[in-house]
Design a protein around this ligand. Sequence first.
Ligand SMILES: Nc1ncnc2c1ncn2[C@@H]1O[C@H](COP(=O)(O)OP(=O)(O)OP(=O)(O)O)[C@@H](O)[C@H]1O
Length: 571
Amino acid sequence: MGCVFGRQISSSVPSSSDIVVEKGRERDLAVPSGRREKVAVAGAEGGAEVQNGGDQKEEQKDGGTRPRGERRRSRPNPRLSNPPKHVHGEQVAAGWPSWLSAVAGEAINGWIPRRADTFEKIDKIGQGTYSNVYKARDTITGKIVALKKVRFDNLEPESVKFMAREILILRQLDHPNVVKLEGLVTSRMSCSLYLVLEYMVHDLAGLAASPGVKFTEPQVKCYMHQLLSGLEHCHNRHVLHRDIKGSNLLIDNGGVLKIADFGLASFFDPNHKQPMTSRVVTLWYRPPELLLGATDYGVGVDLWSAGCILAELLAGKPIMPGRTEVEQLHKIFKLCGSPSEEYWKKSKLPHATIFKPQQSYKRCIAETFKDFPPSSLPLIETLLAIDPTERQTATTALRSEFFTTKPYACEPSSLPKYPPSKEMDAKLRDEESRRLRAAGKANADGVKKTRTRDRAVRAIPAPEANAELQANLDRRRLITHANAKSKSEKFPPPHQDGALGYPLGSSHYIDPAFDPPDVPFSSMNFSYSKAPIQTWSGPLVDPAAVGAPRRKKHKDSQKDKNSARIKKEGM
Ligand SMILES: Nc1ncnc2c1ncn2[C@@H]1O[C@H](COP(=O)(O)OP(=O)(O)OP(=O)(O)O)[C@@H](O)[C@H]1O
């Protein structure tokens, strides 16, 4: 035990990644502000220094002359190969578990694991489909961090590979609007892995759902500018995020927004296109080409999601809350118009014949959002273009008149200081108020079912991280089916997409009887009025509007629940 991450280990992994630093080179830690600061870590292994791998080579290559994000970087092989035997041996000797080195050698290359006992868990702060996230204190540096504990399906190599891809991608990215991976926690004997991430107090979904929070136009511009800047960096590094939504946009107390959760992200090469899965992006934020089965897509998928977020921030509610893929596409066509004949012909999308609407729809974005600030409309029109090539790029979006006309974006530091607000807080509020109302109702009229609208509604997450590996996962899932506890929820089989087949009470469940009102956008004021839709994942709505007031008692019981969970789950 007692390893420190970031100490360069001797390794000759033939990696295409440009993360690796020279042996013996002085190492330092890139701090979020962009300053670089040497940190000597007195780990049990003694004297090693913490480093951030992703930062090193850029400096080496660029000598500080080239603007970040502009240079094309060589990319690691996303399909990851096992390291040569001697490297595997070195990694195990350095403290990495053998199972991890065997499958994800390239992702951990050049780093050394931190020991779990060098962190103190403070609170559970988030729960994703394949992870639990904790606030923790680094006892060596005293810094508060987020620890994302990744669950594995019996350490099945496919799950480990997905996690490895997330690590590789995070190590490639270095931008103030992208969350930084600071290290990894595990040990030779451990069956789990924690990602050490910079700690962020809020996420945009939780913030927007906080009672009383209403964003002004300069604030919306500020968040959107940061989102698009982060996306610009990802795309310049040939990374598609593929799950942009409010709960994946983290915000610190200084108002800085960072894109997080690269669990569905993928490298792409615009010059050598390889088919990718269309089964990504949370349903409400999923672009039409993916719903129509495209496997040849690009940055447009993230720009579509960004367009949905922009309109949602201005409207105060999700703009297209579909329950199934079919309904989602229908909502898209009703708002954005159905594609032209030419588009159907040109795109050759696999599901075109099934999903092509019999009736054609006229685009009505301008009428629907007539109360939005005028400068936002051209940007929304571009981002929500049915044809992905018309969505242009994050760089062009940043130059749009939305950002160059008054009122300008405010400074992140001038944003109000909010109490900590996470998607998880909203979820717990929802659960608590549902429980209380269900209890009240049961008292009133026996043990009848709770009203359908009492159930939390969330955007349906992308069904799997990477369908290229889906066949293997399905096969393995059959084998491990009996062990429900270790089942990875990140990679449900395809039939669980849309509203089909989620078990009642599971986080994926959407009550089929729940019918989100078709939003009369034309009657919307630019006052950020909140819709009566209760939700905790992705959408940015106000639970106050659905009768889930924030009460101290709730908060306390949420805290108790948190501590109980932490105790149960252990480190
Ligand atoms: N660096 C961080 N700082 C603070 N909170 C975080 C951090 N990273 C994640 N969280 C919280 O944990 C939640 C889940 O994290 P994340 O989205 O990375 O996990 P996931 O398992 O990939 O989830 P998803 O179901 O969205 O794919 C986030 O919505 C956020 O509230």
